[in-house]
Design a protein around this ligand. Structure first.
Ligand SMILES: [Zn+2]
Length: 117
């Protein structure tokens, strides 16, 4: 199945389910030490681990990310979010060095205004 957006109603269900499964915690590298249920559903992003032709909307291809980890994921499809995240102070001006991909070591991220802490 190609990566295709689910109808809005179905996607809402999917988001809720992934939020439950991931215990309300961002699965990104910058949130490994965050407690369960630290990411409210309303702020949660659901990320396609594999996107494009290989990606599906199956649960095992989806994971919960906070906005910052989502923005910083090394993925051309996320570029549109960078400008606004910069303006919001969510990511530092040298954000490029914090881009991550699965399996990569990531440098510690300085706390940002958008950290919510
Ligand atoms: Zn995160």
């Amino acid at each position: 199945m190609p990566h295709k957006r689910q109808p809005r109603e179905l996607w809402r269900e999917t988001r809720r389910r992934i939020h439950e499964r991931d215990l309300g915690r961002c699965q990104g590298p910058y949130c490994a030490d965050k407690p369960a249920w630290s990411l409210p559903l309303s702020e949660a992003h659901v990320d396609h681990i594999r996107s494009g032709k290989l990606g599906t909307n199956a649960d095992d291809n989806l994971r919960l990310l906070c906005r910052r980890c989502h923005v910083l994921r090394l993925n051309g499809r996320h570029r549109g979010m960078i400008g606004k995240a910069l303006r919001d102070g969510l990511i530092p001006p040298d954000w490029r060095r914090y881009l991550w991909n699965d399996g990569d070591a990531t440098p510690p991220l300085p706390p940002g205004e958008g950290d919510g802490n």
